[in-house]
Design a protein around this ligand. Structure first.
Ligand SMILES: [Zn+2]
Length: 405
């Protein structure tokens, strides 16, 4: 163990940082924005907040921003406000009087602000004009609050868009809306990935329309029979969901024990972020899965995240685990398959690499079942990690933005 823990550049303090960890990191850098709070533009958000906090400090107000998920042992409450308040109070005891902006539960969008000492009666205004369905992200509120403390507040409207706004993923069936593109204007690469994945998904749906039916699908050897075989009552039945959930919990348990055993040994930052992020996100899904028909997709997603973490522990510098795009329950996507005329290839299992796709992962729509990739949720956009490198981060952001995945 080294005496001085370096502060990771992406402000990811690991899975459950203690108050002391957070305080130590804030002494080095008064603005901590975990990627889950970054709206897909974490670096820009962090840089902008850092500049504002610098201005406030020049005006004599010591401002600290700690948007740090998963700090254990804080006050409990329904929506995370109590925990955020508690974090602010405890940090002020370690770091002294000033103004604290805190949040620790990305799934709830709850944040707290607290002035202590000579700032204990200072009140900041909230960003006006937010509707329930277009709330400014936590970081937009923090930015507006710091502006007020720095005496530079003049336009709260700027925090209702751009990098300050939570991603609008509700893109429907016709591709990205203007709001979708606009919300990511500062993160062009990310937009490209999102649009690429959308096109891909729409093209992939042609598989089913054009593929001749009838070829028997031979399952990949890595299929988890108990997780993918429907039990009586069908795939959405309580029986099947319970079996799937049990499988996820069992695998996640193993990953949790392996993580603990590795705790004292060095792991490069990217791998640690992947392991911790995937593990925490899988756990968060298990703790609070979506209701109704989306529950099964969430459990499948948690299983994939668990395997991403396991693979990263196995092969610390290897590529991320990618599941079969057609059906993640088939296991690893170690082959590729061209998608219609799109000139693109997606990872698939051996059985799905040739012939028609006869066993896609489906979700119920009324009386019909449709392949999951015809939907518009985070699982469709990412192919359960088949199409992206950082599934945990996409899922975390989707949950932060819409409450659930
Ligand atoms: Zn497959």
């Amino acid at each position: 163990m080294s005496a001085v823990a370096p502060v990771p550049e992406d402000d990811d303090l690991g899975l459950s940082p203690s108050i002391d960890d957070v305080a130590a990191a804030l002494r080095e850098d008064p603005v901590l924005v975990h990627p889950l709070y970054g709206n897909g533009a974490r670096d820009e958000v962090d840089a902008a907040l850092t500049a504002k906090v610098g201005t406030a400090r020049e005006e004599g107000v010591p401002v600290y921003v700690a948007l740090v998920p998963g700090v254990p042992g804080l006050a409990e409450g329904d929506h995370g406000y109590e925990a955020a308040q508690d974090l602010a109070l405890r940090l002020s005891r370690e770091l002294g009087d000033g103004y604290y902006f805190t949040a620790t539960d990305p799934s709830s969008n709850a944040s707290a602000d607290l002035g202590t000492g000579e700032w204990s009666s200072t009140r900041i205004e909230y960003v006006p004009g937010q509707s329930q369905d277009a709330q400014s992200a936590v970081v937009g509120q923090v930015a507006w609050g710091v502006d007020q403390l720095a005496g530079t507040a003049d336009d709260p409207g700027q925090y209702l868009g751009g990098i300050w706004q939570r991603p609008d993923w509700d893109i429907g069936g016709d591709g990205p809306s203007d709001a979708f593109s606009a919300s990511f204007a500062p993160a062009v690469a990310f937009v490209a990935v999102g649009i690429g994945a959308t096109l891909l998904v729409r093209n992939v749906t042609r598989w089913r329309e054009t593929a001749p039916a009838g070829t028997r699908v031979r399952r990949d050897a890595k299929v988890l029979a108990d997780a993918s075989a429907p039990s009586r009552g069908g795939v959405d039945s309580p029986d099947h969901l319970a079996t799937l959930e049990h499988t996820v919990r069992r695998e996640l348990d193993v990953v949790g024990r392996r993580r603990s055993r590795r705790a004292g040994r060095p792991l490069d930052a990217a791998t640690r972020t992947r392991v911790d992020g995937s593990y925490a996100t899988a756990q968060a899904i298990l703790d609070d899965p979506s209701p109704g028909r989306a529950r099964r997709l969430d459990l499948v997603g948690a299983l994939v995240l668990t395997r991403v973490a396991a693979e990263a522990l196995d092969e610390p510098r290897g590529a991320p685990y990618r599941p079969c795009f057609a059906n993640p329950l088939h296991g690893r996507g170690d082959r590729t398959r061209e998608v219609a005329d799109a000139g693109l290839a997606v990872p698939v299992c051996k059985a799905c690499s040739v012939g028609p796709i006869t066993d896609p992962l489906t979700v119920r729509h009324g009386l019909r079942r449709r392949p999951y990739y015809e939907g518009g949720d985070v699982w469709a956009r990412t192919g359960f990690g088949a199409l992206v490198d950082d599934l945990w981060s996409e899922v975390g952001r989707a949950r932060a933005g819409g409450g659930r995945s």
